[in-house]
Ligand binder design. Structure first.
Ligand code: V1P
Ligand code: CA
Ligand code: ZN
Length: 372
């Protein structure tokens, strides 16, 4: 690991873990509290600035979302959801995005952290900003989708655009980053790059031929992958695509969505990345020495989410944590091994070298169109 230190600003609100999407929902905000508890018990708080972000205001959230939609999120609760059912059906989507208590406050915490991280970098007060409560990449301008109600990524990137001419958005969640792609699909000031499972998988978008429209043509990059991708294959495709993106686009800042549903053994995902394979993407982005915001996203086997985001916090700091977990509040979740690592398993990799080279070459053809 590189010895060079970075100034890291880490955003966390200790109320975030109290929210719940409902007892049967797979998205569990408690995982952020598990990460934070592990981060502190590893002593990482001594190496970075830990901040409780201001909650995003209505005005901040409506820099992307419509007033009507954010008004709805502010008003809706279990008691009035039935009366508002026409709106509920329009703005929310069944089981994925139900109504639950504190929905607006949760969104304002998630978005507040991402906006604050962007702001901190804009003022040159940190090199890396971290918000594990962010990364909610499916939310649309006027609609919730796939567990995401407010798109903190879009709001944070809009903040970065006040100081930077070009920003690159990179998304290693197993799902396509459709909400962020759509927000900037017509723009050449944000290049969106999503690596995702494609083929009979939510949300169904993100084909390799989707490259942006109008001024935004050639500024959207999609890397559709198959089941079972392992560390070696992911490293190959991630490094070749991203090196090419960084060389051609030369962004002033990088936004990295680190959804951990791309890990082996995720409850919803179908990839086979180990913790080290996932974190290698963080390490690689850090190595460019460009202002970097790192956010969370999906991740449904929560002990592995906590392991990986804790390790990735250490990667941002440039320190190597003990492979054995320290004793902490959630220690019993990590048995029987009580180790930090998330290993790969023996599932088949349906992404052979030829398939990946074809993707790499096709993306290289698109990136060659970019003026420099
Ligand atoms: O597949 C669907 C929709 C629901 N059907 C009508 C089609 N939804 C998925 C949504 C996955 C969202 C991922 C979010 C993220 O990218 C960012 C935070 O990780 C879905 C799935 C699934 N296996 O794909 N929803 C659920 N499972 C679900 C499970 C239990 C309770 C509620 C939803
Ligand atoms: Ca993705
Ligand atoms: Zn996901």
């Amino acid at each position: 690991m590189t010895a060079t230190k970075r100034r890291v600003a880490y955003y966390y609100d200790n109320e975030v873990g109290n929210y719940t999407f409902g007892p049967n929902h797979v998205m569990k905000p408690q995982r952020m509290r598990m990460v934070h508890n592990l981060v502190v018990n590893y002593g990482m708080h001594k190496h970075m600035e830990i901040m409780r972000p201001n909650r995003a205001t209505f005005l901040q959230m409506t820099q992307f979302h419509t007033d009507e939609y954010i008004d709805f999120l502010k008003t809706v609760c279990a008691e009035n959801a039935k009366d508002l059912h026409e709106h509920t059906a329009k703005y929310l989507s069944g089981e994925d995005c139900p109504v639950w208590e504190g929905i607006y406050e949760f969104c304002s915490i998630s978005a507040g952290g991402s906006i604050a991280a962007a702001n901190k970098l804009n003022h040159g007060e940190a090199d890396i900003g971290i918000n594990w409560s962010g990364g909610l990449h499916h939310a649309k301008k006027n609609e919730a989708s796939g567990f995401c109600y407010v798109n903190d990524n879009v709001l944070g990137i809009l903040e970065l655009l006040r100081y930077h001419q070009r920003v690159v958005y990179i998304d290693i969640d197993v799902h396509h980053g459709d909400g962020v792609e759509e927000a900037f699909y017509l723009s050449d000031r944000v290049m969106t790059v999503s690596f995702h499972k494609h083929g009979d998988f939510f949300p169904g978008t993100g084909e390799i031929r989707d490259i942006g429209i109008g001024k935004g043509r050639n500024y959207a990059v999609n890397v559709p992958l198959r089941d079972g991708i392992n560390d070696e294959s992911y490293k190959f495709i991630f490094r070749s695509v991203i090196q090419n993106v960084m060389d051609h686009y030369r962004p002033g800042a990088v936004w990295l969505q680190c959804g951990t549903d791309s890990l082996a053994g995720d409850r919803l995902g179908c990839f086979n990345l180990s913790m080290h394979g996932h974190a290698a993407c963080v390490e690689f982005m850090r190595s460019f020495n460009v202002p970097l915001v790192v956010v969370g996203g999906g991740g449904y086997t929560i002990r592995n989410v906590a392991r990986t985001w804790t390790y990735e916090t250490a990667v941002c700091l440039g320190i190597e944590p003990d492979p054995m977990l320290p004793f902490h509040d959630y220690y019993e979740y990590y048995g029987p091994d009580y180790r930090l690592d998330v290993p790969s398993n023996n599932m088949d990799n349906h992404n052979d070298r030829k398939f990946l080279e074809k993707i790499r070459n096709r993306i290289a053809d698109t990136l060659r169109q970019i003026p420099h």
